[in-house]
Design a protein around this ligand. Structure first.
Ligand SMILES: Cc1cc2nc3c(=O)[nH]c(=O)nc-3n(C[C@H](O)[C@H](O)[C@H](O)COP(=O)(O)OP(=O)(O)OC[C@H]3O[C@@H](n4cnc5c(N)ncnc54)[C@H](O)[C@@H]3O)c2cc1C
Length: 512
């Protein structure tokens, strides 16, 4: 028996969600222990592609440039098509060779790094900030009481207890934390089975060389997908199979290579096959994202089809969202009620992500499933930058039930992300996105400063282009109260009404 350990937060899982949570908890000075049963971070390219919003989160962590560097030659952007083969008939072009990013939406552009590049970056940064992350360390049991959670952990044959104030289940779609917490899950469940082939080959003559290429393939010989990753010559090919008729064992390397030659229109291709693995595409959302002191993030909370590229992005988003809320509560800056907002905001979001990705799956892979039960397709920009949080940590006063809006035409209403605007702050041009490290009041009216509590950040900004007053809809008199995650929590076009009203509002939002 090893010694017992005591930490504020135990994070079970060191994938994208767990590492993000550990990093941001450590950044706030919270003592955090991360454990993973695997030997290290994922060697598989898996989730490739970071949205604007994910890049803003990574910018906050101080690693956006390092993640961008992982694109290695893919600076030309993205091509996504539904086609018969790489050079065959194109059924549908989802992202075209000439499509460009909208640079007005964010100080960051989307990146195209793969998971085997991003996870080590997050791990290094989390450790640098003080998080302890142990590999080959497995959770074996979990029990909570009113004061904390006791986990039993096994490493190198040794078993010991870890006592924590809170536990984050970041242990992926087959994770055990959800079961220990007694949380069920709903959804279409398993959609399809796949064989995934990771291989090296020179395909520069077959794909646009500097773009991340994703082809959903509907070929008479097979249904599948092809991804050219950010690692030179490294590609991923997946083949869908029907478990009623076949198993993964029916796909030995030689059969995979034959199908790969059809997929790439390269009959003489001699790929260097690195790995053949079986995986299932599924769609699940957990019934709850929290049971007492135990929270679920990432794939442990929901499993989304990869058609939409949001599994990894929402894993990072969950970890970030939960971390700032837990840190505020553990530091005594917010009441425990703030933690209620995690599930209230992230579970409906997970449902939108899963539904939208399932709609994409039907359109791209399985048109025969089309019908009235299939959810509507969702605009990815609306989903990633225009989602509206609804919870006790935002004060929504209008009755508009829409879950999303177009981020190119932001309404600046509570619940939405505070838009990116370039302002002058301390003599420098900065993005508003960089002003939100804590609770922040955005205003051009100095009267608000006089009524702001000392804990509230009121940056002195000037608005040379007028974009701040119009995009935030605050004019010269009003103010927008923005949370540490850059979400507008309260908004008014009026000047301050009383010396105490703002502090009361802030305390309500923080559950104090
Ligand atoms: C083949 C494939 C392709 C994909 N492509 C994409 C894509 O293009 N875009 C996209 O966005 N997403 C994609 N995904 C999904 C994406 O990889 C996941 O959404 C993402 O990895 C989820 O991260 P996570 O941190 O929640 O979980 P995981 O990455 O699954 O991490 C789980 C962690 O929990 C640990 N763990 C599990 N059980 C225990 C235990 N008992 N004790 C201790 N540790 C434990 C594991 O060791 C691991 O560290 C793909 C997935 C696969 C499999």
């Amino acid at each position: 028996m090893g010694d017992d350990r005591r930490v504020q937060v135990l994070v079970v899982g060191a994938g994208l969600s767990g590492l993000t949570a550990a990093l941001f908890l450590a950044q706030q000075g919270v003592s955090v222990l991360g454990i993973s049963k695997h030997r290290g971070t994922s060697p598989h390219p898996k989730a490739t592609g970071q949205t604007h919003r994910t890049m803003e989160v990574l910018r906050r962590a101080g690693v956006a440039d390092e993640v961008l560097a992982g694109e290695a030659g893919l600076g030309g952007g993205l091509v996504i098509k539904v086609a018969e083969s790489l050079r065959g008939r194109v059924f549908h072009s989802i992202v075209h060779e000439d499509d460009e990013w909208d640079a007005t939406l964010s100080p960051e552009r989307p990146a195209l790094a793969s998971q085997d590049h991003v996870e080590p970056v997050l791990l290094r940064r989390a450790r640098e900030l003080g998080a302890e992350v142990l590999f080959e360390t497995e959770l074996v049991s979990l029990a909570q009481d009113d004061d904390g959670v006791t986990a039993r952990v096994r490493s190198a044959g040794d078993e010991y207890a870890v006592r924590a104030d809170y536990v984050i289940g970041a242990d992926g779609h087959r994770g055990v934390v959800r079961g220990f917490a007694g949380i069920g899950r709903q959804g279409p469940g398993e959609l399809t089975r796949h064989v995934g082939v990771v291989f090296d080959a020179d395909l520069t003559a077959h794909i646009v060389p500097d773009k991340l290429t994703l082809f959903y393939l509907r070929n008479p010989a097979f249904t599948g997908a092809f991804v050219a990753t950010n690692t030179a010559r490294r590609n991923v090919f997946t083949i869908e199979y029907d478990p009623a008729r076949e198993s993964a064992a029916d796909y030995p390397v030689q059969r995979c290579v034959e199908l790969l030659r059809i997929a790439t229109d390269a009959p003489d291709l001699e790929p260097d096959v690195l790995e053949v693995t079986a995986w299932e595409m599924a769609a699940w959302v957990s019934d709850r994202f929290r049971a007492g002191r135990v929270f679920l993030v990432g794939d442990a909370a929901k499993v989304t089809p990869p058609t939409g590229g949001l599994g990894g992005n929402t894993a990072i988003g969950d970890g970030f969202d939960l971390a700032w809320k837990l840190a505020e509560v553990l530091k005594g800056e917010a009441g425990v009620g703030l933690l209620d907002s995690y599930e209230a905001e992230r579970r409906p979001y997970a449902k939108l992500v899963v539904d939208g990705s399932y709609a994409n799956y039907v359109q791209r892979f399985a048109p025969h499933l089309a019908g009235p039960d299939v959810p509507a397709e969702v605009d990815p920009m609306h989903l990633t930058l225009g989602y509206r949080c609804r919870s006790n940590a935002v004060l929504i006063e209008d009755t508009d039930p829409s879950p999303m809006e177009d981020p190119a035409d932001p309404s600046a209403r509570p619940g939405f992300r505070a838009p990116h605007v370039v302002v002058t702050h301390n003599g420098r041009e900065v993005s508003t996105v960089d002003l939100f490290r804590t609770w922040t009041l955005v205003t051009l009216n100095p009267d608000w400063r006089a009524v702001a509590a000392p804990s509230l950040h009121v940056p002195a900004v000037t608005d040379p282009t007028g974009a701040l007053s119009t995009r935030y809809r605050i004019g010269r008199t009003g103010a927008a109260l923005v949370r540490p995650d850059g979400v507008i929590a309260h908004h008014t076009t009026n000047p301050p009404a009383s010396p105490t009203a703002l502090t009361t509002t802030l305390h309500t939002l923080k559950s104090l």
